[in-house]
Ligand binder design. Structure first.
Ligand code: FES
Length: 261
């Protein structure tokens, strides 16, 4: 088992603060919040972003690259685009100094058993996203080719067939379709006023976070995919952030693809 390594003086650590320290050749993000110290791998599990340089809010650290949040007490991933915990490490304070011991071989998805014995309990669930007022958002045109409408649903236009079409639209970072991700809140069809044999399709869609960088692309891809159906006159995509998306909206298929068990 690894040994504890002295990494900082308590009096030199602001509260709250985060800093980068080296332990046995590994870069570790050290946090001080509420008089307690916590240590995580300085690695975001989404795409390797440096956590020590992120924004620290209470016991959450936000990756500076794409905004995924982690619980500094456990390493648990709290928001997309990260879906896996980052490694937490043992921390102790002795004689005014902070010591860290590397842990390895498992992820800290549950309550941490490290630290000084007075660690606050972990949050009950993944952190909710901020609420936002539902509002129509215009899609962004793109030059990318439209996903082809599924041949299996090309003849019949109904809510189920629209959802099948929407499975052809994938989140560009997670490579999982937006239906299995749980981003589709509703599909409404209504007769087109100017074309009796066609329908107007309205899709209520949410995002994994309010500032999701993939949002404009997802809206544009959704419009193109549904518009490709011969019986569609127009497509409206409304972005709805209330209720906020949470990981438990994903289907088992999405969880399998993302390696979440
Ligand atoms: S690398 Fe951290 S959120 Fe993407």
């Amino acid at each position: 088992m690894a040994e504890f390594v002295r990494v900082a003086e308590v009096v030199e650590c602001a509260d709250p603060s985060s800093q980068l320290v080296e332990v046995d050749g590994e870069m570790v993000a050290l946090f001080c919040v509420g008089g307690q110290f916590y240590a995580l791998d300085d690695v975001c599990t989404h795409d390797g972003g440096p956590l020590a340089g992120g924004e620290l809010t209470d016991h959450k650290i936000a990756c500076p690259r794409h905004g995924a949040k982690f619980d500094i007490r456990t390493g648990a991933a709290l928001s997309m685009p990260a879906v896996r915990a980052t490694q937490s490490h043992d921390v102790k304070v002795d004689d005014g100094k902070v010591w860290v011991r590397l842990r390895s071989g498992k992820r800290a998805d549950g309550p941490a058993a490290h630290g000084l014995g007075s660690i606050a309990p972990p949050p009950p669930a993944a952190s909710p996203l901020p609420l936002a007022t539902a509002a129509p958002v215009a899609g962004t045109a793109s030059e990318a080719p439209a996903p082809a409408a599924s041949a299996a649903v090309s003849a019949i236009l109904c809510e189920d067939s629209v959802r099948e079409i929407l499975k052809e639209v994938k989140d560009p970072e997670l490579f999982v379709n937006i239906v299995d991700l749980g981003l589709i809140y509703g599909v409404t069809l209504s007769p087109a006023a100017d074309a009796p044999d066609k329908q107007h399709v309205s899709v209520d869609m949410t995002m994994t976070s309010p500032a999701c960088p993939a949002g404009p692309q997802l809206i544009a891809d959704t419009k193109r995919a549904v518009s490709a159906h011969a019986n569609v006159s127009a497509v409206e995509v409304r972005i709805v952030m209330d209720p906020p998306w949470t990981p438990d909206r994903m289907t088992d298929a999405a969880r399998d693809q993302l390696g979440i068990f």
